[in-house]
Design a protein around this ligand. Structure first.
Ligand code: SF4
Ligand code: SF4
Length: 123
């Protein structure tokens, strides 16, 4: 959930945070270091280092903290505030979240309505 691009308005629909299994949710080293420095063990507990197919290890978000360790469907930091979806870790959320969507084309391809106010010629 972001508002950084001209013409973009986040609808707080939650679409980008509700189906995480469909996305590559890699944790950037800067995010990991920031959460370590902030002592955010609640966040760090939901990150796993994986190396699919013997590839270079990467840190991936977000995992269950109870029972079988697996990627969650909906983001655990998604909450309802004032009747709309909101991010509970807004001030320190991951780069991949801050930067979403990258542009109007990316938004449209992901089903994000954030650029729907723009005329068709601009998206
Ligand atoms: S899908 Fe787009 S409009 Fe909806 S919450 Fe995410 S960034 Fe905001
Ligand atoms: S951390 Fe916040 S912005 Fe990122 S997927 Fe979760 S609820 Fe959405």
């Amino acid at each position: 959930m972001t508002q950084r691009q001209p013409g973009f308005r986040c609808r707080r629909c939650g679409h980008c945070c509700l189906a995480l299994r469909a996305h590559d949710t890699e944790c950037e080293p800067e995010d990991f270091a920031r959460w370590q420095a902030q002592g955010r063990h609640d966040i760090l507990a939901r990150i796993e280092t994986v190396a699919p197919g013997g590839a270079e290890p990467v840190r991936r978000m977000w995992y269950t903290v109870e029972g079988e360790r697996r990627v969650v469907d909906a983001c655990p930091w998604l909450e309802i505030r004032d009747g709309a979806y909101s991010c509970a870790i807004e001030s320190t959320k991951a780069a991949i979240c801050r930067d979403f969507p990258l542009d109007a084309h990316h938004a449209r391809s992901c089903g994000c309505p954030g650029y729907d106010d723009l005329p068709d010629s601009d998206r």
